[in-house]
Design a binder for this molecule. Structure first.
Ligand code: G6P
Ligand code: MG
Length: 209
């Protein structure tokens, strides 16, 4: 029985995945490295530095210091984009689903690899909706490692088997499965056959609680 739902943030609760893309695109164009939406899909759920390593996989021209500078620069551009975010950027379907889950007394958590998760939740005024937040600040391994979801479940006081994980990243579905969670693929992961359930709209999460 599902007693808790752990949501990924970027690309599930709010479309900050587009802002990640815009920020990385600015960096890639400036340094003359190819970057497109297909490559961007591989960055879903992956930490900032691992994302940069994927973007730079065809070149060895950058030292570790260069990479740190590029990652910091990307984050500054990204934070600038995030500062314009408001609750209007959250879809009615997401708000409705969260409200319905709460009224059914289902415990809710965020499980995100992002170090900006707290800032994003404050911008979209959803911090109070979640009983627990596990993010890039409390993990040492990013998805597909299950650490971020295992910590979220622990914060909720639930076993992995009692929680569903809703993810738009294939790496996130792999992480959920590795941790023993019920995995739900949405968006980019809605066609991923390793997900236990694939959904086209967040309202479908209500079917499993
Ligand atoms: C999420 C996103 C990734 C991003 C990662 C780190 O998992 O899906 O695309 O790279 O968070 O985000 P951050 O905000 O810490 O750079
Ligand atoms: Mg995501």
């Amino acid at each position: 029985m599902i007693k808790g739902v752990i949501f990924d943030l970027d690309g599930v609760i709010v479309h900050t995945d587009e802002m990640h893309y815009q920020a990385w695109k600015r960096i890639a164009d400036r340094i003359g490295v190819e970057f497109n939406r297909e490559i961007n899909n591989r960055l879903r759920g992956v930490s900032r530095m691992e994302s940069l390593n994927i973007i730079l996989e065809s070149t060895h021209a950058f030292s570790d210091e260069d990479k740190q500078r590029l990652a910091d620069e990307k984050n500054a551009i990204y934070r600038q984009l995030l500062s314009a975010l408001t609750q209007n950027d959250v879809s009615g379907a997401v708000l409705q689903a969260l409200n319905e889950l709460r009224s059914r007394r289902v415990k809710l958590a965020i499980g995100s690899s992002s170090k900006n998760a707290g800032f994003i939740l404050a911008q979209i005024e959803l911090t109070e909706y979640f009983d627990a937040i596990s993010d890039g600040n409390n993990i040492s391994r990013s998805k597909p490692d299950p650490e971020v979801f295992l910590i979220a479940a622990e914060y909720l006081g639930l076993a992995p088997a009692e929680c569903a994980v809703v993810e738009d990243a294939c790496a996130g579905i792999d992480a959920a499965r590795a941790g023993g969670f019920y995995s739900v693929g949405i968006g980019d992961a809605s066609g991923y056959d390793r997900a236990d359930m694939r959904i086209g709209s967040i309202a479908e999460v209500l079917k499993i609680v």
